[in-house]
Design a protein around this ligand. Structure first.
Ligand SMILES: Cc1cc2nc3c(=O)[nH]c(=O)nc-3n(C[C@H](O)[C@H](O)[C@H](O)COP(=O)(O)O)c2cc1C
Length: 348
């Protein structure tokens, strides 16, 4: 997610059964041209792609399929209980998402990113006008040959074993979806994410279309795992979407912003997740406006009145947010929170 899919948030959701995480969309041309763009747009950590355990019931997920080979235990979900026969060891997966319309530019950006990620994702779904005019994002939806060349050139540069995925939207015309999926796979795409809305449908104004996703999935003919996206606000929504569409996995954006623990079955953001987000944000130096927006999303269901929300949204510092969380008994001043406050005080 543009703005929001930064390291601290990815690290948080990864602790709650989110097995694949994507960076925000970045412009491939800028990424390869400017070290400043790379540094400001992308950061990761040595633990982000750690090993964790997945219940056998989820063994058919795209993650499991990508890497069945066991690795030494380390990282986010490693635990002794996970040695039970009903769990299997897999790796957390980080995909970097690029917007591009030039195969060489995409391949160059991908090559720079390769040492730090598990896969490259091509955005064919961004509906914003500026992106369409630049010929990127959803402008690619009706350029299947270009999508094929983007994927193929990138795979040739990175090696055929390095995963390249493509995120698309559905089309009003099923023949267009069919051609797009066919060409993405002909280029060598390893995974497909399908947002079940057309480029003219906003997330707020139109419900997701599971039949459209099911059709796109059928076009892939089981050759690669497909991930369904749209209106997943709870684990039950995810399970229902998976059932209706026949996909291997589901993606959530707005749902995870509101409740980063949704894939672990929580109905709202648990207190522990808020505390962990404070710790991760301060440890990774997340800028205050982003920390503030994230916590506001996570706390949405807890604001008792409109006034409460306005008061929270008016806060202007980490210290102010921590005071608010403390008053709500969401954090105590131990561990990470104390460090956070210490960090704020030191930086003043
Ligand atoms: C704040 C925000 C930022 C987003 N940024 C991206 C992005 O960088 N790349 C992308 O492919 N989709 C992006 N999306 C779209 C989502 O990935 C997703 O396709 C869409 O929101 C529908 O899923 P949802 O119903 O779970 O929100 C973004 C959505 C939101 C709300």
């Amino acid at each position: 997610m543009v703005r929001y899919g930064k390291l601290p948030f990815r690290a948080l959701v990864s602790q709650y059964e989110t097995h694949l995480v994507w960076t925000p969309m970045m412009l491939a041309a800028e990424f390869s041209r400017s070290a400043i763009a790379r540094d400001s747009d992308f950061s990761t950590s040595t633990t982000e792609r750690g090993t964790f355990y997945l219940p056998e019931a989820h063994a058919a997920s795209p993650v499991a399929e990508w890497d069945p080979s066991p690795e030494p235990s380390r990282g986010i979900h490693a635990s002794p209980s996970a040695r039970s026969k009903r769990m299997r060891k897999v790796k957390g997966r980080l995909l970097i998402q690029f917007a591009a319309n030039d195969p060489v530019q995409l391949a160059e950006a991908a090559e720079l990113a390769k040492p730090y990620v598990d896969g490259i994702d091509l955005n064919c779904g961004c509906p914003q006008k500026w992106a369409y005019h630049e010929g990127i994002g959803c402008a690619l939806l009706r350029k299947p040959d270009l999508v094929r060349d983007l994927v193929r050139t990138t795979k040739q540069r990175l090696g055929w074993n390095f995963p390249v995925s493509v995120k698309i939207r559905i089309d009003d015309d099923p023949a267009r979806t069919h051609e797009l999926v066919t060409q993405a796979l002909a280029g060598g795409a390893d995974i497909l994410t399908v947002h079940g809305r057309t480029r003219h449908q906003s997330s707020e104004g139109h419900p997701v279309n599971p039949e459209g996703i099911a059709f796109a999935t059928s076009c892939a003919k089981g050759a690669v795992p497909v991930v369904a996206n749209g209106d997943v606000f709870s684990l039950e929504d995810g399970e229902a979407l998976r059932e209706k569409t026949g996909v291997r996995g589901v993606m959530s954006a707005r749902g995870l912003l509101a409740n980063p623990a949704l894939f672990a079955g929580h109905s709202r953001t648990p207190d522990a997740a808020v505390q962990e987000f404070v710790r991760l944000s301060t440890a990774h130096g997340l800028i205050f406006p982003l920390f503030h927006r994230h916590t506001s999303y996570m706390l949405e269901s807890r604001f008792r009145t409109r006034r409460d929300r306005i008061a929270f949204n008016g806060l202007t510092s980490y210290a102010g947010v921590l005071d608010w969380l403390e008053a709500e008994e969401l954090v105590g001043l131990g561990g990470g929170e104390a460090a956070a406050r210490g960090g704020v005080v030191r930086s003043l």
